[in-house]
Design a protein around this ligand. Structure first.
Ligand code: HEM
Length: 362
């Protein structure tokens, strides 16, 4: 009976062939390290966000009069509601951290170079989409924290002359954060951003399968020996992706869950502080208001540069250079240790980002 079902499926879908070509015969370079698993961890992190988000959606009420109460009910009355909410909140922060680490790994390994330019740019667009996810999701609990943090972030575009106020008004659905903003952000969060991110992930993964994973410039040289001539990853003698490398990816996903449950168990208020448990009150500004940690650096930069237009222009230039980086850095040399100037610039940018983030926090 089982064989009959298997044959029926095999004839129509060719599952065995798919598993053979896509898993067992698929090869990855021998010298890739644990940092090459972070993209997979990001995929898993997004799946967790989508699943926990779905469960939250069952009880969440997207109206400003009821949103706060519904989230409190999820935390206190719905069976395991607290767990799904904590997984979603902690997961959103961890996903940003995983993406930053993935991006740094790709940057330091020089994996964005020809022919992987579009892999990088699609990754950059995914990072921007994830930030939009975080921005829109943060307002949904309609707490003091979410209301005022969103007020700050949505004020940032107003530094742009002419179009700034228009963009901010479109985002907020008015001059300030209101029930209309909540409706807009809810629609963005659950209806528009998920298909955009899924499409981008599909494109990113397609490119990775099409071109193959790059070999590491550190350790045993593989690709460096001869110039890149075409799509030859199918032929080269790497290690099997399945189960060898796949097990490493699963191990890193376990580490991800350990970190997530560490926060949920031992530091449950780290990402859900006191202000997150007070209903939004547009008439009462809290003493310390600041955006989420990943928006602190641009926020602090805007505060420090007296000319707002200059401040926002610097950031737009930075984002453009970031997205187009593989088209700007076209040198073939992948090993960043052999390029001290570039290494210095990248380390300076990282130090600046860290200092601005800490400064913005305190
Ligand atoms: C939701 C976001 C993302 C997901 C799900 C994702 C997923 C993946 C996966 C599964 C891989 C395969 C190998 C690996 O893990 O290194 C990969 C590789 C890659 N990713 Fe991402 N990624 C994301 C964001 C980014 C970002 C933000 C960048 C950079 C701006 C980026 C650039 C790249 C590049 C260039 C590679 C090719 C690496 C190589 O061939 O060695 N990705 N990504």
């Amino acid at each position: 009976m089982w064989k009959k079902i298997k044959d029926w499926i095999e004839l129509r879908i060719g599952l065995d062939e798919l598993v053979r070509t896509q898993l067992r015969e698929y090869r990855v370079p021998k010298n890739i390290n644990i940092f090459y698993t972070l993209g997979f961890v990001a995929v898993v992190a997004y799946v967790i966000q989508a699943l926990t988000g779905f469960f939250l959606l069952v009880y969440y009420v997207p109206q400003s009069e009821h949103a706060f109460r519904s989230v409190q009910d999820i935390m206190t009355k719905v069976p395991y509601g607290w767990l799904f909410r904590q997984m979603h909140v902690v997961g959103s922060n961890l996903m940003v951290i995983v993406l930053i680490l993935h991006l740094l790994a790709v940057l330091f390994m020089g994996s964005y170079k020809k022919p992987r330019e579009l892999t990088w740019t699609s990754g950059g667009l995914m990072l921007a989409t994830v930030f939009l996810f975080c921005l829109s999701g943060f307002l949904l609990p309609w707490s003091q924290l979410s209301y005022w943090a969103t007020t700050i972030v949505t004020t940032m575009p107003t530094a742009f002359p002419y179009v700034g106020d228009f963009v901010a008004n479109i985002l907020r659905g008015g001059d300030y954060i209101s029930g209309s903003t909540l409706n807009r952000f809810f629609a963005l969060h659950v209806a528009l951003l998920p298909p955009i991110l899924v499409t981008l992930i599909g494109f990113h993964l397609f490119l990775i399968r099409r071109i193959g994973i790059s070999s590491s410039p550190f350790g045993e040289a593989i690709e460096e020996a001869e110039p890149w001539v075409g799509y030859r990853h199918e032929q080269y003698q790497g290690q099997p992706f399945f189960p060898h490398f796949f097990l490493k990816e699963i191990f890193m996903c376990m580490v991800y869950f350990v970190v997530m449950f560490f926060f949920i168990t031992f530091m449950p208020t780290f990402f859900v502080p006191d202000d997150a448990n007070i209903q939004a009150d547009p008439l009462r500004t809290p003493t310390h208001i600041r955006p989420e940690w990943y928006f602190l650096a641009p926020y602090q930069m805007l505060k420090l540069i007296p000319n707002k237009f200059l401040g926002i222009s610097v950031q737009v230039i930075f984002v453009t250079v970031f997205l187009l980086w593989p088209f700007i850095d076209t040198k073939e040399k992948k090993n960043i240790l052999k390029r001290p100037f570039l290494l210095g610039v990248i380390l300076c940018c990282l130090a600046l980002w860290t200092v601005l983030t800490i400064w913005g926090r305190y």
